[in-house]
Design a protein around this ligand. Structure first.
Ligand SMILES: Nc1ncnc2c1ncn2[C@@H]1O[C@H](COP(=O)(O)OP(=O)(O)OP(=O)(O)O)[C@@H](O)[C@H]1O
Ligand SMILES: [Mg+2]
Length: 409
């Protein structure tokens, strides 16, 4: 292990830029935040030797790869070849995964992961919304994404919103963790201070549960995180896209929303993993009928195993889509928050699958609804992933379509 390292002459400028880019207005702020003396920080920034541990800490804070900024003297070359040290490897106490799920069997989503990674790491997105229907795989994808990018952050914290007792306790919890337990009050200004001076990744899963009960403080937090300058990132998952996100998505604000859909690749892999019997065509048909939704596929695969001796063909011969109680509950959860008029329009779309645009719907609809009500309802149904537009037509995924026809007739 070397006793000291120094920034190579040609990289001094790059390191100075990294200081401001990472939210430190001057050396003093960096010294304060790392707990190092001003002289030590100054030595580092001017290419003088500093201890190995200090070098590691500062590279970590400034998101720099130590190999690219050290002098290539013998000492450094020998460590990199013999020990292959992983600088910036997060210490476990800087990660709190809360109730994040185990994802030992993860399939597909490579395009989604590439896009999300690029938004967060290359475009420095401060707020990322992951929205989609229940069971489509938001939590699973957020977990895999976090695993892949965790090393790029000083602090990683995962919280599932439904199990947080109150907004204030959530802020206190985040703040306490990010400040190494120095802060103990729900102070958003202090939280923003830490998000500016440290690079933190916060994941709030199932945010819709707080929004559904009218918890507007979360919206306020989202807005502050999007609009304030800092070097951290908040990822949240929700079954629908909060209207406020659309406003924040304006060009220039580093805010992104990813709308997650069912995936034939994952659905097929899940069917294979359950060892169901049938041709590939039958397997794809089954996946399509359940909207390629991983959770629904898992449930129906159990039904086929238990009642159809694993034969997909026998299940498909049934004339009607069998909807288990579990799937019913999932659908209910998504339909319950809808207003009366939204439910009626959803039913209308289910029984009129050829409608292609708003004017069409307005003309054909048999109950009284104003144009603005119709537009608002369509927006709401779309933001909740209950309708999609395919080949110019508004469609409901098969299981939902059958269920809606049955429930609202
Ligand atoms: N990429 C994947 N690979 C393997 N399994 C997956 C994948 N995505 C989702 N699943 C499985 O599908 C189920 C539902 O996924 P998940 O809980 O992530 O959905 P969700 O969108 O977060 O749902 P909710 O809105 O109810 O929170 C889980 O059992 C999960 O293991
Ligand atoms: Mg989830």
């Amino acid at each position: 292990m070397p006793r000291s390292l120094r920034v190579s002459h040609e990289c001094i400028e790059k390191v100075k830029i990294a200081v401001t880019r990472n939210g430190y207005p001057h050396q003093r702020a960096l010294a304060h935040d790392t707990g190092l003396s001003l002289a030590t920080v100054s030595n580092f920034l001017t290419g003088k030797p500093v201890s190995y541990a200090t070098f590691e800490e500062l590279c970590c804070r400034l998101n720099l790869d130590w190999r690219q900024i050290t002098t290539t003297n013998e000492e450094v070359t020998s460590i990199s070849s013999t020990k292959n040290i992983q600088i910036c490897k997060k210490k476990p106490e800087f990660q709190d995964w809360g109730t994040a799920v185990d994802i030992s069997a993860f399939y597909g989503r490579s395009q989604e992961l590439t896009q999300l990674e690029s938004w967060i790491l290359k475009d420095s997105c401060r707020l990322v919304a992951l929205v989609g229907m229940g069971g489509v795989g938001k939590t699973t994808l957020a977990t895999q994404l976090t695993k892949q990018i965790q090393d790029q952050f000083d602090y990683v914290i995962w919280r599932s919103v439904p199990i947080i007792p109150s907004f204030d306790s959530m802020i206190t919890d985040l703040l306490s963790f990010i400040s190494n337990h120095k802060e103990r009050k729900p102070d958003i200004n202090r939280l923003m201070h830490y998000l500016r001076t440290r690079r933190c990744l916060i994941i709030l899963d199932n945010l819709d549960t707080a929004l559904d009960v009218g918890n507007t403080e979360y919206i306020q937090l989202i807005r502050i995180i999007a609009e304030t300058n800092h070097q951290s990132c908040l990822i949240f998952s929700s079954r629908y896209k909060p209207a406020e996100i659309t406003v924040l998505e304006f060009p220039k604000l580093p805010v992104c929303c990813f709308r997650l859909s069912g995936s034939p690749e994952i659905a097929f892999a899940l069917v294979q993993s359950k060892r169901l019997l049938g041709t590939d065509k039958q397997k794809y048909e089954l996946c399509h009928l359940y909207g390629n939704n991983p959770l629904k596929i898992k449930i129906v695969a159990n039904t086929i195993t238990n009642f159809f001796n694993r034969h997909i063909g026998r299940f498909l011969e049934e004339d009607t889509l069998l909807v288990s109680n579990y799937i019913k509950r999932l659908l209910e959860q998504q339909l319950n928050p809808l207003s009366h008029i939204e439910q009626k329009i959803l039913y209308w779309l289910a029984i009129n699958p050829d409608l292609t645009n708003i004017a069409d719907i307005e003309k054909s609809i048999v109950f009284t609804v104003s144009k603005s009500q119709l537009l608002q309802a369509m927006e709401e149904l779309y933001s909740r992933s209950l309708i999609e537009k395919k080949r110019g037509k508004y469609i409901l995924l098969p299981v939902l379509l059958e269920y809606v026809k049955d429930r609202f007739k």
